[in-house]
Design a protein around this ligand. Structure first.
Ligand SMILES: Cc1ncc(C[n+]2csc(CCOP(=O)(O)OP(=O)(O)O)c2C)c(N)n1
Ligand SMILES: [Mg+2]
Length: 318
């Protein structure tokens, strides 16, 4: 269990340090000219999910894709190069922050809301037809379930008995619209439950809970070839898109944000690790310092990498 805990903490610091580096340079240096949706505050979900999946399982996600990319095994240096538009980026600098896709790391993203949900279902159909023991995980937000394609995808996956994990990261907002004005007051996971469709909810700011619950659910999906949905309750600290705080926008109060910051998944997890004597403060600080240094280095490396040349403008264009 201690190895698992260390891995979860390492993953969360990997995401947090990468994104804090983006916060540090984004507005000041103007070298990342790509709309960027940060997961600061939501790290426990991707950390728990990626550890619960097998390497060959696939993740399909949306605009807020950094955390899943980084924890599923995406290349750290290529991530920074992609955000800086350089040839050494994941997609040669052409995709940017919201399309992080690397088949070798089994991660695919698109910022068209809900669009990757049926792609995950299609992948799961191919796993079943080829007799493979793999699971497809679709990650989406609380707003994506309002898209018709979500219901169509669940219907198809249940009918065809496909190994899909539908993972809803409920951070209570769609851009600046709260859940309470968009959906009925019932809990998302309860409302989406059906006789043939098992759903559950987990504290998305508790990395160990996320990991343990998803491990169980994913193995059920793999064994029974039946999809399930898990709702992870979490919260983003920064603005919807961009590196800033957004108290001045008026759609949520500073008190609300502060309340969730007190529930920061990293703060909670490190407190637990120390209390249970699983790690010392020095070990925790060293883990954070390592990722901070790697993020600093990756950014410098990205800036020292070449831009794509004009001769490549029409390459990879359909
Ligand atoms: C089809 C489509 N409609 C609208 C948008 C604009 N859009 C981008 S993110 C977003 C809100 C997403 O909210 P949610 O699914 O809860 O994810 P979160 O941003 O909270 O992580 C919207 C409406 C889009 N990208 N695609
Ligand atoms: Mg949301």
């Amino acid at each position: 269990m201690n190895t698992i805990r260390r891995k979860l903490l390492d993953s969360m610091f990997k995401i947090r340090c990468a994104e804090e580096k983006i916060v540090e340079v984004y507005a000041k240096e103007q070298m990342m000219r790509t709309p960027t949706h940060l997961s600061i505050g939501q790290e426990a979900v991707a950390a728990g999910l990626s550890l619960a999946l097998r390497e060959e399982d696939q993740i399909f996600t949306g605009h807020r894709c950094h955390a899943a990319y980084l924890t599923k095994g995406g290349d750290f240096n290529a991530f920074f190069a992609e955000l800086c538009g350089r040839v050494t980026g994941i997609s040669g600098g052409r995709a940017g922050s919201a399309h992080l896709t690397d088949p070798s790391a089994h991660i695919y993203s698109s910022p068209i809301l809900g669009a990757m949900i049926p792609v995950a279902v299609g992948a799961a159909l191919s796993f079943k037809m080829e007799g493979r023991d793999k699971v497809a995980a679709a990650i989406f937000g609380d707003a994506a379930i309002e898209e018709g394609v979500f219901s169509e995808s669940v219907n198809f996956a249940v009918t065809k008995k496909l190994p899909v994990l539908f993972l809803c990261e409920n951070n209570l907002y769609s851009t600046h619209s709260p859940l309470s004005v968009r959906q009925p007051p019932s809990q998302v996971y309860e409302r989406l439950r059906a006789p043939d469709f098992k759903t559950s909810q987990v504290d998305g700011n508790d990395a160990q809970c996320v990991y343990e619950h998803l491990s169980k659910v994913i193995e059920e999906i793999r064994r029974a070839h039946m999809p399930q949905l898990v709702e992870c309750l979490t919260y983003r600290f920064r603005e919807h898109v961009g590196p800033l705080f957004d108290y001045d926008r008026g759609y949520r109060s500073k008190e609300e944000v502060d309340g969730w910051m007190a529930q920061c998944p990293i703060k909670r997890f490190t407190a637990k690790l120390i209390q249970e004597k699983s790690m010392t403060q020095q070990e925790i600080d060293a883990t954070q310092a390592r990722w901070k240094k790697l993020a600093d280095e990756a950014y410098v490396m990205a800036l020292n990498s070449p831009w794509p040349g004009p001769e490549s403008l029409l390459e990879k264009v359909y």
